[in-house]
Design a binder for this molecule. Sequence first.
Ligand code: PMM
Length: 264
Amino acid sequence: MTVVFGILNVTPDSFSDGGSFRDVDAAVEHALSLVDDGADFIDVGGESTRPGADRVDEDEEHERVLPVVEALAAHGVAVSVDTMRASTARLAAAAGAAVINDVSGGLADPDMHAVIADTSVDYVAMHWHGLDHAVPDYSNVVRDVRGELKQRVAELIVHGVDPARVIVDPGIGFAKNAEQNWQLLGHLDELSSLETRVLVGVSRKRFLAEFAAEGAPATDRDPATATISALAAQAGAWGVRVHDVASTRRALNVWHAWQRGATA
Ligand code: PMM
């Protein structure tokens, strides 16, 4: 069954304003409701990845993320940490995280791959082209993204990381326009030939606005997100990363029933 990562942003505009006990409680409560909805992992992020967003100070990121990781691990929840910093990855692994989700694939911090090699966590290497998300001149977006992800996996192997611990992610919406996002989704199966697991994150992203009512809040993009989750599963994705776990889990259950019918 396809794995679901439920998104838990511990940034000041969400649950946390710097790690006070009450904020940790609120974050844990929300995470547990996502687990109830069917999340397999809770993906804790203390730094916005929006284009041009200011980097969060290192200590600040640690203060936001680590108490939540510890609390969730104590509840027996499988935790992923969305970070581009090797220091955060190291401390998060020590605090009980099972996965490090690095949107930069190791490009933002030269120490990241060595830290991953030193720990036993699984590692998501996402396709990334810098903090500003500027769209490069791809010759063929599917081939280029696949090629760059292959390079990230090769670098991890050189550092001594078993590729069985690596998950690649095409980085939908990161340095890609809507048409390029659709090309990557439509050719998702081509990433399978990298022989790693594949994760896909489209949740509430801007290119889904056309499938929601005009001017509607981002939550209106959840049906489109859930549909893509099922289609990604069909294309061989190992996991999806979403805000609204309940609707994606239902869509995946439908896909699963369809699969059972197909193989009966
Ligand atoms: N997208 C965002 C943040 N982290 N991680 C992975 N692995 N894949 C993604 O597509 C991804 C990510 C940005 O989305 P958000 O700001 O809505 O969380």
